[in-house]
Design a protein around this ligand. Structure first.
Ligand code: SF4
Ligand code: SF4
Length: 95
């Protein structure tokens, strides 16, 4: 597990965003707004749970999705603003 230090020398372990649950995410978009690293986006889902464009007439709900996992710096900000229990999964950095 990687461990780094903050500026004052406090240990810091990056917690990378691994997954967002389509069933638990309520699509509030708060994580999307707080992430400044281009990791997240939004997508539409049909009643059957199939992915669809956000402007599709069959779209039933919208959720946040990971569009570029590799850009995550593990800051954990998205987890702090999420009010949907279990919607996000984070893992500690592995090297
Ligand atoms: S942990 Fe930080 S960088 Fe990674 S997705 Fe969440 S807010 Fe973005
Ligand atoms: S903050 Fe949580 S509930 Fe809101 S869009 Fe992000 S993952 Fe979904």
């Amino acid at each position: 597990m990687s461990q780094y230090l903050t500026r004052d020398g406090t240990p810091w372990v990056p917690m990378f965003l691994e997954e967002i649950s389509e069933t638990k995410c309520i699509g509030c978009g708060r994580c999307n707004k707080v992430c400044s690293h281009g990791v997240l986006g939004m997508k539409g889902l049909t009643e059957d749970g199939d992915e669809c464009p956000i402007d599709d007439e069959d779209m039933e709900r919208i959720v946040t999705t990971i569009v570029d996992k590799g850009k995550c710096v593990g800051c954990n900000a998205c987890a702090l603003v999420c009010g949907a229990k279990g919607a996000q999964t984070h893992t500690a950095a592995q090297v």
